[in-house]
Design a protein around this ligand. Structure first.
Ligand code: NAD
Length: 419
């Protein structure tokens, strides 16, 4: 029996099982590597604007503390459950290890629908959630960050709630804060920037000229929008498809990104931009393009649509967008270069690490320094994954996960049973 159930945790478990077989990890060591060190579930009672008292469910899962604090985002989403949070925490561990960061993985969140909350209600949810987490987090045990449904303002409320409890400003308790509160230059853009940088590296590997290449991006939040802007404005790509939870747009001759940016800046969503160029959301993923960037949800590329993908590079901006069954199809096809999530979207946690380091030292870097260091770490991880994939004749995902799992396993073997 385990509390970690549901399709997203099942996916993380299946992926880990495949890697454990690949690495021939003894069976009695596997549960210790997979299951989180601890999980916390809390009630988050809030007085709503209409006078009702509503109790939201909040979670935090800390996967392992072998190398330092755990690190991971906070997701506000109406369907959130502890299995999803645990899966995301497990993936964070392999991601941090692959990037060489002194962190274990964590994840947390509240089952709520942020667009349906007023700003006051969102603040109340955020502050009460952090209040409940105070006994379980600290800059040395668990450092939170934004994820789907949360942003810099939510991180500012988290930081303030923790700091009020401590009696002084503790900026290093969260990352992804506003720069004025000890956030780092470049954090907001880091994940999308990293996605675009790695797409550029993948283009070189498979011989695609970025200038004029086409890209489709699913999700137009933090990761999706910055990925699209950077692919277009820095690398000269043509964005032919975009979607969010309201609508999907497709135009083979290229979407007007500047006008879309202005529209989303004003209205928050893609809906209402145009009645033309619309397409069914799932069908967007199957349109021809050089680069496909899923940057929204888990499990959107499945065994059903994987045979129909018409991209050359699959750049996983989201966590867990591709199911293990779909991986098997893509491996068999062999014509899609996959940049696996734990590599592709690691720019976010890498710059979060830079933010934490700067906060601890009270010494801040320029955006150019942040970006140079980010690219340096991403390049190192990309080369490590490619080298291993070529040497062992495995997929990029198997190589990336094997590196992450091996590093965590080595640390645990050296330390013993505690962390
Ligand atoms: P976000 O809340 O800023 O944006 C999410 C986007 O997905 C929104 O545009 C939303 O409309 C869209 N979306 C939701 N349902 C959709 C659907 N059915 N079809 C198309 N679009 C849909 O979240 P984010 O921070 O950009 O995170 C996106 C993904 O990237 C998540 O998997 C997250 O875990 C992962 N990620 C985020 C970061 C980060 O730094 N923010 C880092 C690493 C990984």
């Amino acid at each position: 029996m385990t509390i970690y159930t549901g399709p997203v945790f099942e996916m993380a478990r299946t992926q880990f099982g495949l890697i454990a077989e690949h690495l021939e990890i003894p069976h009695d060591e596997r549960d210790r590597l997979l299951y989180p060190k601890r999980a916390v579930a809390v009630s988050v009672p809030v007085h709503m604007d209409d006078g009702r008292l509503v109790v939201f469910q909040g979670y935090r899962v800390q996967h392992h503390l072998t190398f330092g604090p755990t690190k991971g985002g906070t997701r506000f989403s109406s369907t959130l459950d502890i299995g999803e949070v645990a899966a995301l925490a497990v993936w964070m561990s392999w991601k941090c290890a692959l990037a060489g960061l002194p962190y274990g993985g964590a994840k947390g969140g509240v089952a709520c629908d942020p667009p349906a909350l007023s700003r006051r209600e969102l603040e109340a949810v955020s502050r009460r959630y952090m209040q409940e987490m105070i006994p379980f987090v600290s800059p040395q045990t668990d450092v939170m960050a934004p994820d789907m449904g949360t942003n810099e303002q939510v991180m500012a409320w988290f930081m303030d709630t923790y700091s009020v409890h401590e009696g002084h400003a503790v900026s290093e308790i969260v990352t992804g804060k506003p720069v004025s509160l000890g956030g780092t230059e470049g954090r907001r853009e880091a994940t999308g920037r990293g996605v675009a940088h790695l797409v550029r590296r993948a283009c070189d590997v498979i011989g695609v000229a970025p200038q004029g290449a086409t890209a489709i991006v699913q999700g137009f939040g933090n990761v999706g929008s910055v990925s699209a802007y950077t692919l277009a404005r820095r690398h000269g790509m043509r964005i032919t498809g975009l979607s969010d939870h309201t609508v999907a747009l497709f135009d083979p001759s290229g979407l007007p990104l500047d006008a879309i940016e202005r529209h989303v800046g004003k209205h928050g969503v893609l809906a209402g931009f145009t009645n033309q160029m619309t397409i069914d959301g799932p069908a967007l993923l199957e349109q021809p393009c050089d680069v496909l960037v899923p940057a929204a949800l888990e499990r959107v590329i499945t065994a059903a649509n994987a045979p129909r993908l018409r991209c050359r590079i699959l750049a996983e901006g989201a966590n867990g967008p591709t199911t293990p069954d779909a991986d098997a199809v893509l491996d068999e096809r062999g014509d899609v270069f996959v940049i696996p999530d734990i590599l592709c979207n690691s720019g976010g946690v890498i710059v979060s690490y830079f933010e934490w380091v700067q906060d601890l030292q009270r010494l801040f870097w320029t955006e150019a320094e942040v970006n140079n260091r980010l690219e340096h770490l991403l390049d190192g991880a990309f080369v490590e994954v490619r080298t291993r994939a070529l040497e062992r004749r495995t997929s990029n995902r198997t190589a990336a996960m094997a590196i992450g799992v091996e590093k965590v396993r080595a640390g645990k073997r050296l330390r013993g049973l505690f962390p």
